[in-house]
Design a protein around this ligand. Sequence first.
Ligand code: TXA
Ligand code: MG
Length: 316
Amino acid sequence: MAFATETVYGLGADATNAQAVRGIFSVKGRPSSNPLIVHVAEVSVAKRYVTDWPESAERLARAIWPGPLTLVLPKGEQIVSEVTAGLPTVAIRCPDHPIALELLRQFDGPIAAPSANRSNRISPTTADHVRRELGDKVDLILDGGPCRVGIESTVVDLTSPHPAILRPGAVTQQRLQELIGPVELRMNVGDDSKPARSPGQQEVHYSPSTPAFRLADANVKRFSALFSGPLGANAIFLIIRGSELARQLGKWCKPEAIVEMPSSAEEYARRFYAALRDADDRHPDAIWVQLPPKDPNWDAVRDRVFRATRPPSHAP
Ligand code: TXA
Ligand code: MG
């Protein structure tokens, strides 16, 4: 069963039922080595499924739940090992969406739910995306309209001596630090030399079917090569509204090739996956995505842009 959350749609199963959880992996085509996030209705339920609830968890959960923040904590016995890919820790969160919360209250237990897409594809932010991703493999979709946040939750590991962000999201490093002090940001995207730290954090993880490349402002110099090359003429560009690149690009291509993206990180995040899907549906030769600014507010969006695209040097 799929359901709306504030971040992306999830594909849910009882986190205490191994067979139900195995169903998620088979529907998604997801490797069983990639652990799932467990959803709960409130803090008191979360506490039942972990063996330690440190002060940092209490502060973060009280301040942010329900909300787009996932805490990695020592796993309680009732969560089956299929959920955590055999890890001794569990990733747990309370989603901020009336449909998800009502489902969790009625079920009165923990629901394991990854994003409701096929493995290695873009996360769905509408019920229609889920239908198109999973078709009749999913028996029910609880439609809560388009997701407000639009990208997956921030994942924070509270089991190591120093808290660390394993996946950036709408809850920023700064916000976390205001609540619990120093939090390391383990951004390993954009740096191929470091191995992935969080399971499932391979660099290209959320990709459209069309070849997608990232475009930095510096790439303006390559426009002539780009437009005379095999991918330039029939490409779509996701460009930030009002940016210099938008102005430059306007001289080179037809207006319908440019998709203007919001200039605030929050609104950009809400639009990004849907914009990639829409571009994909138009069957261009390539999708070029402008790299957002190197600014802490854009950490999560930059991370997703990196994961959805390849560097321009990979374009033919
Ligand atoms: O916003 C979200 O978090 C969405 C909605 C549906 O709630 N869910 C989601 O789940 O994004 P999923 O399965 O697509 O992402 C799970 C990620 C894994 O790839 C991994 O990076 C991290 O969460 N994770 C899960 N369990 C972990 C663990 N025990 N230790 C470290 N990281 C873990
Ligand atoms: Mg996912």
